[in-house]
Design a binder for this molecule. Structure first.
Ligand code: SF4
Length: 339
């Protein structure tokens, strides 16, 4: 039976990356089937509830005020409009509704509206996830009390490469917010982006950081950079061979995430719209079991619902409904073993 380990070494993670691809895929799929339903994929919908005008300087992001991407800053969306979008997502089969606001951190004056949104979406029977930037412990507690199921805060890359992509905050501040979220009892969603010009070693460091947190994130989104003109990385990587992560290297990253964090939902996120069906299939084989549906991811394009439905039919995949029984059972075993 697969062990849940948080003491991985970088060497062990690097050795997984180095495996022959078919061995790696076989191992990832074996681990996957011990915990997760074999042919079920979680559908999540992502909505930008406050777009653009962000003071942070993340080099990949079109919503930063430092980017010249033409994204216009908006105010926080009206609560009713958000709830309407959530209802639509539910009708389209989504299990989780994720909401993102382009903030360095929410202000205390924003919190009542955020709490109202969380409660409203939850009342519809959807899982709720928010990404609002850095959180204080008090804010995390408020969100927990409102019933927020997941908080997303990506570590983006390895600690070393992080500093080359973002200068307005430190890697340690990311980890601190993740600690606040964990301590408040909210499930953690944290992943990153590959294809930002980082090395294999950075991808090792990225997975290693997540896999050695005191508890693995319940969700791990793995994004492939969508280079946007006007952003630092978009301009730097456009028309260079680095502009797109090699498909097989992306699949390897997904497989290593699956093996290192067996219980986590590994989500194919940004960049999926430009992946072939064959690459996406390999990602599912590698243990990815969650996707974003809809036409848009915050501001980036996404594979639409129709093409997803076609792909699911071709691959014999089904939308995951509710908690996976095997995962719940395994979680119980982990809790009992720790007692
Ligand atoms: S990634 Fe988030 S924090 Fe960074 S600039 Fe974009 S919206 Fe702001």
């Amino acid at each position: 039976m697969t062990d849940i380990r948080t003491e991985w070494t970088r060497e062990e993670i690097a050795a997984l990356f180095d495996k022959p691809l078919l061995d790696l895929l076989f191992e990832a799929q074996t681990v996957h089937r011990e915990v997760h339903a074999a042919n079920e994929v979680q559908l999540c919908t992502l909505l930008s509830i406050k777009t653009g005008g962000c003071p942070e300087d993340c080099g990949y992001c079109s919503q930063s005020v430092h980017a010249d991407s033409g994204v216009e800053a908006t105010k926080l969306m009206d609560v009713r409009a958000i709830l309407q979008m959530a209802a639509q997502a539910k009708d389209n089969g989504s299990q989780r509704f994720c909401m993102g606001a382009a903030w360095r951190n929410p202000k205390d004056r924003d919190m009542p509206a955020i709490v109202e949104i969380v409660k409203g979406v939850r009342d519809m029977g959807l899982e709720t996830c928010m990404t609002l930037g850095m959180l204080t412990r008090k804010q995390a507690d408020m969100l927990a009390e409102a019933g927020l199921d997941y908080y997303n805060h990506n570590i983006d890359s390895s600690p070393e490469y992080y500093e080359r992509v973002i200068s307005t905050r430190k890697f340690d501040e990311r980890i601190e917010t993740l600690e606040h979220v964990r301590e408040s009892g909210i499930n953690v969603c944290s992943g990153g982006i590959v294809g930002m010009g980082e090395t294999r070693e950075d991808r090792v460091g990225f997975i290693h950081t997540l896999a050695t947190l005191p508890k693995h994130p319940e969700s791990v989104p793995v994004n492939a950079l969508v280079p946007v003109k006007g952003t630092v990385l978009g301009d730097m990587l456009a028309d260079t061979p680095l502009a797109k992560i090699d498909d097989i290297e992306f699949v390897r990253t997904v497989a290593v995430a699956r093996i290192a964090m067996p219980m986590s939902m590994v989500r194919l996120s940004a960049g999926r719209e430009s992946m072939s069906e064959a690459t996406q299939s390999l990602c599912f084989m590698a243990g990815a079991n969650s996707i974003f549906t809809g036409d848009k991811l915050l501001t980036a394009p996404n594979a639409g619902d129709d093409s997803d439905a076609e792909l699911f039919a071709k691959l014999g995949l089904k939308a995951l409904q509710g908690e996976e029984p095997m995962r719940a059972e395994k979680m119980q075993q982990v809790v009992e073993a720790a007692e």
